[in-house]
Design a protein around this ligand. Structure first.
Ligand code: FAD
Length: 378
């Protein structure tokens, strides 16, 4: 907390989601922000008096708005509070969005819908990737096995040109997550997948019971993380959900032709799960959402604010700057334009280092949108 400064408070013209006016202290890049109701104050890291990094935990950014001077206003609140959420307004000349796909795409879509950040690309939310992923596995029926000892992921195989499969172990005692594993069920044409799942459960009731009582599941199981470089995607949009029609929420839709959609069934994945199950004397498994709802699962969501050549089909340039906004960056998985077919954290880190290496030193003057449009990217 920063002591109440002698700065004059002025209204920013910005409003939070509840329509309340939010004010600034009148400094260069305002080092104190305050809401009129609470007169809550805080130092922010862009203050000339405080160039060091500060982290404000449990703070969720709710909206972003371009200010008249080219900087950005961010409306935030305490994410863990049910009441007294302490709405805050932050102001910065340069903003780096790093809220992950679901956070960043949500913020950008809202900013485009309500016009608070002008000229945002129509490509926001498009080409969201699951890394073309499936999570299958196998659980041994033997009581004396223990696969928990060792590093979680140690190796991988490439059964065909586009597919990469990694065996994954869980730590001992992490059994509850085994509830997500259900008897392996193929997809594809013919019977609906949930019906096939039901038939599988009736045929092998012992495996089904093991899947709902996952006692010692981690010790007996090997998961297979299946990832592909195939070019498939879905779209994130804002819409009112039937169970909460009062506000717009992030949702997905899939208007691409079937072959360009994220797969919920990858035959080579199921084949590999059956082979592993045979080797360890166990039963093969699929993820519950795949067999019950035919919905793909992923730990590696990517895209939605992708890097590309122009704002017609991408959101950022090759320095992760939002097109038309040289001081607004997207530095997280949403900037990744393809299914990587591999765990993405290192790629996201490399892109972040690349983007940050082009940010001017603090003494350099900020780039204007006109200068950025004229200057080529490296
Ligand atoms: C179970 C699991 C295991 C994984 N294992 C691996 C692995 O072994 N190797 C690998 O490479 N990858 C792995 N991944 C994937 C990897 O964790 C992600 O790809 C990566 O963390 C994505 O980075 P990001 O910066 O896009 O987003 P995140 O790391 O998700 O960071 C986004 C952050 O922003 C915060 N946030 C969201 N919205 C807002 C908002 N509105 N305001 C403020 N803050 C906000 C979130 O709370 C979060 O802290 C795994 C993922 C999962 C789920």
């Amino acid at each position: 907390m920063h002591p109440e400064s002698s700065s004059r408070i002025r209204t920013s013209g910005a409003r939070d989601r509840l329509g309340r006016d939010v004010s600034f202290a009148e400094d260069a890049w305002s080092d104190v922000v305050t809401t009129p109701r609470t007169h809550w104050t805080r130092t922010i890291s862009t203050s000339p008096r405080n160039w060091g990094l500060r982290i404000f935990p449990e703070t969720r950014v709710d909206a972003i708005e371009q200010a008249a001077d080219g900087g950005y206003n961010l409306v935030a609140f305490r994410s863990t509070a049910m009441v007294h959420r302490e709405r805050q307004l932050w102001r910065a000349p340069i903003v780096v969005l790093a809220a992950g796909v679901l956070g960043t795409v949500d913020l950008l879509l809202r900013a485009r819908e309500n016009g608070s950040v002008p000229n945002l690309s129509s490509a926001i939310g498009r080409r969201v990737r699951t890394n073309s992923e499936a999570i299958v596995g196998a659980t041994s029926r033997r009581g004396n096995v223990d696969f928990t000892d060792g590093v979680a992921i140690t190796s991988g195989i490439y059964p065909d040109e586009v597919t990469h499969i990694q065996p994954v172990r869980y730590p001992r005692g992490s059994d509850l997550i085994g509830l997500l594993s259900k008897p392996l069920t193929d997809g594809g044409p013919g019977l609906p997948r949930p019906l096939r799942f039901l038939i599988n459960c009736i045929r092998r009731p012992d495996d089904f019971v093991r899947s709902i009582v996952p006692f010692s599941w981690a010790r007996r199981s090997i998961l297979l993380l299946v990832m592909q470089v195939a070019d498939n995607h879905l779209e994130l949009i804002l819409r009112r959900r039937w169970y909460w029609p009062f506000s717009y929420r992030l949702d997905s839709r899939n208007r691409a032709p079937r072959e360009a959609r994220n797969p919920s069934y990858i035959p080579v994945a199921n084949d590999m799960a059956r082979r592993v199950a045979k080797k360890i004397g166990g039963w093969p498994s699929s993820s519950i959402n795949e067999v019950l709802f035919d919905i793909p699962s992923t730990a590696h969501i990517l895209g939605g604010a992708a890097i590309g050549n122009d704002p017609e089909d991408a959101v950022c340039d090759d320095r992760n700057r939002v097109f038309g906004h040289p001081n607004l960056y997207v530095v997280d998985g949403s900037a990744v334009p393809v299914n990587l077919g591999v765990n993405p954290a290192l790629t996201i880190t490399a892109l972040a280092e690349h983007a940050m290496s082009h940010v001017p030193a603090k003494s350099a003057s900020l780039e204007t949108p006109a200068a950025a449009a004229g200057g080529g990217a490296n």
